[in-house]
Design a protein around this ligand. Structure first.
Ligand SMILES: Cc1cc2nc3c(=O)[nH]c(=O)nc-3n(C[C@H](O)[C@H](O)[C@H](O)COP(=O)(O)O)c2cc1C
Length: 219
């Protein structure tokens, strides 16, 4: 099959686009409003961008009413956000935190998760999550789109503090991903979790290239 998005019909019962770029890691983002309301929401249009220094991004479409989402408003107004790792154990809380509610609703309470203070930034971390990034807002790029939800705000942040629970660091000093079981979005309403790992190393022994592949920064 072949189709041109926005021009020709894919002819399938459901739009296949989001089921093509998979699995997508989840940016479970906590922020705090100017008035001090604690906000938490998942974004599967999320990625790390580079490692030295580390940057991440999440892409937020508009609300069903065509407004900027609270996570973006809070990040832009306060200059800070926190990324929390979404795990299989926390899947129901992740989903609950996606409800479209008023900006003053405490979404940690809504999702039934515990607030842990951050070291540098004001937004709290999800205590139950094994890994957190404290982030400083860098910039937003807005891409125009169709309908009330199509326009997207791509928010970039620099990672300035990283928390990893000791219990998920294995004896080899590496993060024990199979113990954590991070979840990721597939298309439709489908998800997956990491349950197997395989390794490959780029041929040759160019030390710098291999360090780049691992993402080894100076400290
Ligand atoms: C797993 C998951 C992934 C999501 N990914 C996105 C996304 O990438 N972009 C987006 O705009 N909304 C996404 N949503 C919907 C938002 O989480 C939802 O609109 C939420 O209410 C936004 O909250 P806020 O207004 O407090 O920022 C996702 C929802 C779920 C459950």
């Amino acid at each position: 099959m072949y189709y041109q998005p926005g021009k020709t019909n894919h002819g399938l019962p459901r739009d296949p686009f989001k089921s093509c770029v998979i699995p997508r890691p989840i940016g479970w983002i906590s922020t705090i409003s100017r008035d001090g309301a604690h906000n938490l929401a998942p974004f599967s249009q999320f990625q790390n961008l580079t490692f030295d220094p580390p940057y991440v991004m999440f892409a937020s479409n508009q609300t069903t009413k065509g407004r900027k989402k609270d996570t973006v408003v809070n990040t832009e107004q306060t200059g800070e956000f926190v990324w929390n790792m979404a795990t299989y154990e926390l899947r129901e809380a992740v989903n609950k935190s996606a409800e479209e509610v008023a900006p003053d609703v405490d979404e940690f309470e809504l999702a039934g998760v515990t607030k842990a203070p951050s070291q540098i930034v004001k937004p709290c971390r999800v205590a139950e999550s094994p890994v957190h990034f404290e982030c400083a807002y860098h910039q937003t790029i807005r891409l125009p789109g169709n309908g009330t939800m199509g326009t997207v705000d791509i928010v970039f942040g620099r990672v300035i503090g990283i928390h990893i629970k000791d219990e998920v660091i294995g004896p080899d000093g590496c993060i024990d991903v199979l113990k954590i079981r991070p979840i990721a979005r597939l298309g439709y309403h489908d998800y997956t979790s990491v349950e197997s790992i395989f390794q490959m190393v780029i041929p040759g022994n160019d030390k710098r290239r291999l360090e780049g592949m691992e993402g080894s920064a100076r400290f």
